[in-house]
Design a protein around this ligand. Structure first.
Ligand SMILES: [Zn+2]
Length: 240
């Protein structure tokens, strides 16, 4: 039978408090690589967005140059056709040359419209890219300072976890080994909460009222361990 006086129980309570804090800190430390990863990814996403816009702008520039080249070709061809007119002999030939000149002129009108349209788009793209780059600079600073903040939190959490670990070691020294063993067994079963205080006859581990006689006995000075009849945690009573 494992026995424990109130001092031993209160040492366990202290141990539990330190261990619970330690668990919480370890959890937040585990999340840090993911947090940093997320920040770096958001930066990368932004960079990709700019690169995508730049690629689209460069495609538009290519389109513009191709359209310009076609326009020049057509102008040359119009000139050549006009020269041909001097040498044509029949009416039919004359008509045919005139027709092709008209066709080329029509094509060029369309090309000019397309070119204006492309130039308009290019201008919009360039403005947009410029804005995005300015925005990106601000965003980069923001991410950098967030990262710094996370890293400094990480440092202080590591320090605190070291202190908590050493506290746990120190507290454990004052607790009887068989009691400590039992504590860890219950801890495993009860999601890290092995002890629960009883307040106004209610077990704070499960929020149920313990039997009145048990509550009376719990308030007396005694050496036996008491377990909650509902959640099986070690229960204790302490004056406020
Ligand atoms: Zn309980």
């Amino acid at each position: 039978m494992v026995s424990a006086d109130l001092d031993q129980i209160l040492s366990l309570v202290k141990l539990q408090e330190n261990e619970l804090k330690l668990i919480e800190i370890k959890k937040s430390l585990e999340n840090i690589p993911e947090q940093i990863n997320e920040l770096e990814n958001s930066l990368l996403e932004f960079e990709n967005k700019i690169a995508e816009k730049e690629k689209e702008a460069s495609d538009l520039n290519k389109e513009y140059r191709a359209e310009e080249a076609e326009l020049d070709d057509n102008l040359n061809n119009i000139e050549k056709n006009r020269e041909k007119l001097i040498y044509v002999k029949t009416n039919k030939e004359y008509e045919a040359v005139l027709k092709s000149v008209e066709d080329l002129k029509e094509k060029n009108i369309k090309s000019e419209d397309i070119i204006l349209d492309i130039l308009d788009k290019i201008e919009k793209y360039e403005k947009n890219i410029k804005c995005l780059k300015i925005e990106f600079t601000g965003f980069k600073h923001q991410i950098k300072s967030k990262k710094k903040q996370i890293e400094s939190e990480q440092d202080s959490n590591i320090k605190e976890s070291e202190i908590l670990s050493s506290n746990c070691g120190e507290i454990s020294k004052d607790i009887k080994p068989d009691l400590l063993e039992m504590y860890y067994k219950i801890t495993k079963l009860k999601g890290n909460y092995a002890l629960a205080r009883v307040v106004n006859s209610m077990c704070t581990g499960c929020d149920l009222n313990i039997p009145p006689q048990m509550y009376n006995e719990l308030q007396r000075d005694r050496d036996t361990l008491t377990f909650c009849p509902y959640c099986y945690r070690i229960i204790y009573w302490k004056k406020d």
